[in-house]
Write a protein that binds this ligand. Structure first.
Ligand code: MN
Length: 231
């Protein structure tokens, strides 16, 4: 048996304060999980959680102390930032209960659900998939993953994003409509979660456009900052 061509290297995210690498399996994302963001996107602020995916190799892993470089993607005139708490799954499972959810979490990271908003808006209007709006190359910048044995269970803490030092997004993890345990429990009814899965848990209000040359600084209390320059 031989490969027809060399397989791709695994997609990995560094682990904070260690040489270890977290191998990525799938990227799940939660839509409209902060009520003020749901309202700014035209919703009621009380929607049930829904999910979409990005390909694992959309990851742009930014090592500690570095500034990631994200190429401005093609086919859009409206690239938006969405700062999010990312949950890294360490133990797989399906039909996970809310009470058991914590046992499945390996750690947490700061991530950006970068979005070609014009393409997503067109998909919403026509009832077509979100893949081109959400699943493009470099669409998932992420900072190193902090193990849960160091952070503890995260259910509150400031989440923020600035562009060129001007604040754009400012909220608290406690404002999640569906908290991390509820997200894991619900998602695991649709998919068998695997070690290596990442869950982007949704963004607070204040999303907006960025352009080439902009410097994004995203952060979550306890998890430090993620810096990305649009190039
Ligand atoms: Mn998002």
């Amino acid at each position: 048996m031989q490969f027809t061509f060399p397989p791709n290297n695994p997609v990995v995210v560094p682990v904070a304060g260690s040489n270890a690498l977290f191998p990525v399996h799938r990227i799940y994302c939660v839509g409209l999980n902060y009520s003020e963001h749901a309202k700014e996107m035209g919703g009621s602020g009380r929607e049930a959680p829904f999910f979409f995916m990005k390909p694992a190799d959309a990851i742009l892993a930014v090592p500690h102390g570095s500034v990631g470089e994200m190429p401005y993607p093609p086919m859009t005139n409206n690239l938006h930032h969405e700062v999010e708490l990312v949950v890294a799954i360490g133990v797989g499972g399906k039909n996970i209960s809310i009470a058991d959810a914590q046992k499945h979490v390996w750690g947490y990271a700061v991530g950006l659900d970068m979005t070609r908003r014009d393409l997503q808006a067109e998909s919403k209007k026509t009832g077509r998939p979100w893949s081109t709006g959400k699943g493009f190359d470099f669409a998932a910048p992420i900072a190193p993953i902090h193990p849960i044995f160091e952070t503890g269970w995260i259910d509150h803490g400031a989440i923020h994003l600035s562009v060129n030092d001007v604040s754009r997004q400012q909220s608290n993890i406690s404002n999640l409509i569906w908290n991390v345990a509820e997200v894991i429990a619900t998602l695991s009814r649709y998919f068998t979660l695997q070690p290596g899965d990442l869950i982007f848990t949704g963004t607070p209000e204040g999303v907006g456009a960025v352009k080439q040359g902009d410097l994004l600084t995203a952060g979550i209390n306890q998890l430090g900052d993620l810096q990305v320059k649009i190039v």
